[in-house]
Design a binder for this molecule. Structure first.
Ligand code: BGC
Length: 378
């Protein structure tokens, strides 16, 4: 999978996987057939998928996802308002009454138990929607009420510990979660998603989160996985790019990415974190792409290209990309228990395809966003 031609074919395939599996109401399945994910759409995966496909010029697909987010949030408006009211009254609701990480395609909670209380996706959808508006000039008016509810929800609750990107450790406050929330509030503050009053409040709160990240979320010059540890997490690259929460030219970015490369990256493949036992703890192509995006932002396109090629090399016959691959498992003895429990690794994972596309656009390998946008509006 090393030639431009192969990568271009894989990018075309990625575009098709995302657009053909998207539901008529805009929901993106995380992975269509994987036992534990079937029938659900995550705010986290979906927002990054929408951002990837938006950058690749599929304007209608990304807009439809934000329509879906709006439908879901309005459907649960009473609960969102209850969370905000309780927090304002100094009596925050318990975790079980917070909004979940994933919903059925119809916008319901679903009947299966899950590690549901996660805040990151609520920031990520705001960030992705605002980026889409800016990139393609679409009108966000129909998303406004949902964006307002989300801003209030995040302002009321960002300080709470919750499950992280990997749906683990709800006793901690995670830096990638805080980064997604800060990016979402900053996007709401600077973009057209919400009115002036809320934008001003979002701006103040985004600054508070950034200050907190810098004061409490740094060890040895790099951002950490959660408040109180010295370890890193593969998700932290996203804070540099595409979320833009940490300036790519800063020492903080340099040291964070160097720590991710040193502790988690093997031959271009990035692990989630050193204690990862899920499916034995393999390397995730989507994390190689996040690292690649951060390297592009720093100006290192050579390293970014290597990371893209590694991610592309994980495609199976036919071009589908998995959630993770083995070859360098952190805990090989823990792989079988997951296969027994949930079946083979989720493939295709739409988020993997989206991140490959997103990095390819940044490297000028996928169709240019402006060119496609012109074609769409012409
Ligand atoms: C990952 C999550 C992801 C979900 C759906 C989980 O295994 O830890 O980050 O949102 O799968 O793709």
């Amino acid at each position: 999978m090393n030639t431009d031609l192969d990568i271009r074919a894989l990018l075309q395939h990625s575009r098709g996987v995302i657009t053909t599996l998207q539901q008529p109401n805009g929901a993106y399945p995380a992975s269509p057939d994987f036992s534990a994910y079937r029938g659900y759409c995550w705010f986290r995966d979906g927002s990054f998928i929408a951002d990837g496909i938006s950058a690749a010029g599929e304007v209608a697909s990304a807009s439809a996802f934000f329509d879906w987010c709006t439908m879901v949030l309005l459907r649960h408006e009473t609960q969102l308002e209850a969370v905000v009211a309780a927090a304002r009254a100094g009596m925050p609701l318990p975790d079980e009454q917070m909004l979940p990480a994933r919903f059925t395609f119809e916008g319901d909670f679903g009947a299966d138990d899950w590690w549901d209380f996660q805040l990151d996706g609520y920031g990520t959808w705001l960030w992705a929607a605002a980026s889409h508006v800016q990139r393609h000039g679409v009108d966000p008016a129909s998303w406004r009420r949902a964006a307002e509810l989300t801003v209030d929800y995040l302002i009321s609750s960002w300080q709470r510990p919750c499950f992280d990107w990997w749906e683990e450790h709800d006793e901690h406050r995670h830096l990638s979660t805080l980064g997604c929330i800060a990016a979402g509030l900053r996007a709401a503050a600077d973009g057209e998603l919400v009115g002036a009053d809320r934008a001003a409040k979002a701006s103040v709160e985004a600054d508070r989160i950034l200050a907190f990240i810098e004061s409490d979320g740094v060890s040895d010059g790099h951002v950490v996985k959660w408040i109180g540890t010295t370890a890193v997490d593969g998700s932290l690259s996203a804070l540099i790019a595409p979320l833009g929460v940490i300036a790519p030219e800063s020492d903080l970015a340099a040291r964070t990415l160097d720590a991710v490369e040193r502790d988690l990256c093997v031959d271009g493949g990035v692990h989630r974190f050193v204690d990862d036992t899920f499916f034995g703890g393999g390397r995730w192509p989507l994390l190689s792409c996040f690292l690649g995006l951060a390297r592009v932002a720093q100006g290192d396109t050579t390293r970014a290209r290597e990371l893209l090629e590694w991610a592309a090399s994980t495609a199976i016959d036919g071009g589908d990309l998995p959630e993770q691959v083995d070859g360098h498992l952190l805990y090989p003895e823990r792989q079988a228990e997951w296969v027994e429990r949930w079946g083979d690794v989720a493939t295709p994972l739409l988020w993997s395809h989206a991140m490959l596309l997103r990095l390819a656009v940044e490297l000028g390998l996928a169709a240019e966003r402006d060119q496609i946008a012109t074609e769409v509006t012409a």
